[in-house]
Design a protein. Structure first.
Length: 337
């Protein structure tokens, strides 16, 4: 029963996202090609289904005669229906779709990470149980930085993403922009995505990876080139110094408590590597791998009762803070923009 109450709000949140998670809702060049094949398969399926129901209806209403009029069983008959309808037509349809699928796959610049000719990646996305580590690798080394769960890209520009897994098999899937690509431990894969316009494009892990697989969401944010560059310059900065007594006290709590053991905040002594980087946490739209809104109520709930919101996640329940301390800690986190 607890899981029902947890998943209900999560599904409601997803329904409010700007884009719909559907193969037919294509918003990028690769997704358009996939959608075309999906529409073809859907139309063929509907035609086949209609034909089958028509045959079933015809068989149900046609006159059957009497037992005396029927020929013996061993006389035969009906083999043509079996040969054409049960073998030839399905074989032709399946082979045609298979060939079209191979042709479609060959048109994508997706490279096996074990291939020496794999293209250099702009972004490295690493799947964890159950969140996404996002490292930006384009440009000089001093312009590299790390975020989590929210992937920003410039609109109308192809972006090469390297996909890795830190634990079990995951799968990267943003249906509005591309198809699914597996993330296999020790075996990097690559995918190139492109958005036709600015907007939010939700995705998720599409390979069962443990109990919280359904709550391992991701969000691709496509921005105009100017907005993307402005966002990137902001991300390159270290964490802002806390402003106000509450935020200053919250930073002390963060650095002296368990938070800094798992999380990193650039510009501070917090250097944990087992959980998402929080340097610019307040700039993200969601928390807990894009499951809950990034607001005061959910931040407080996530800190104190993460196991109720996302059972078995690596984030423990932290109940050591008083009410005042919790508000101070959240005040600090909300200034990390």
């Amino acid at each position: 029963m607890r899981r029902v109450f947890i998943l209900g709000p999560a599904l409601a949140l997803l329904s409010g996202c700007e884009a719909v998670q559907s193969t037919f809702n294509a918003q990028g060049p690769a997704a358009h090609r996939i959608a075309n094949l999906s529409w073809l398969m859907t139309i063929v399926f509907l035609i086949t289904t209609a034909a089958m129901w028509a045959l079933i209806g015809w068989a149900a209403v046609r006159r059957r005669g009497t037992l005396e009029e029927h020929a013996p069983v061993d006389v035969g008959g009906g083999q043509g229906w079996i040969t054409i309808g049960g073998l030839a037509i399905p074989l032709i349809v399946l082979c045609a779709i298979f060939i079209l699928g191979l042709k479609l796959m060959a048109s994508f610049p997706i490279h096996d990470g074990m291939n020496q000719q794999a293209l250099p990646a702009d972004i490295l996305v690493t799947g964890h149980q159950w969140w996404w580590e996002v490292q930006y690798l384009d440009g000089p080394v001093d312009e590299h930085f790390t975020t989590a769960n929210e992937i920003h890209i410039p609109a109308n520009q192809p972006v090469m993403i390297e996909l890795r897994s830190a634990d079990v098999i995951h799968a990267f899937w943003v249906p509005a922009l591309h198809g699914k690509v597996d993330m296999i431990p020790g075996h990097p894969n690559f995918i190139r995505i492109e958005a036709n316009h600015a907007g939010n494009f939700p995705g998720q892990c599409s390979e069962y990876c443990g109990e919280e697989h359904a709550l391992m969401r991701l969000l691709v944010v496509a921005q105009s080139p100017d907005d993307y560059q402005a966002w990137k310059q902001q991300m390159l900065k270290s964490a802002a110094e806390p402003d106000g007594a509450a935020a200053i006290a919250g930073q002390k709590l963060f650095l002296s408590g368990p938070c800094s053991m798992c999380h990193s905040v650039r510009g501070t002594l917090a250097g944990g590597r087992v959980a998402p980087d929080l340097t610019h946490l307040a700039s993200r739209q969601y928390i807990a791998a894009n499951v809950y809104p990034n607001n005061t109520a959910y931040l407080e709930a996530w800190i104190t009762h993460a196991q109720s919101l996302k059972p078995d996640s690596q984030m423990p329940d932290i109940t050591m803070f008083t009410g005042t301390q919790l508000r101070e800690l959240v005040a600090y986190l909300q200034q990390l923009k």
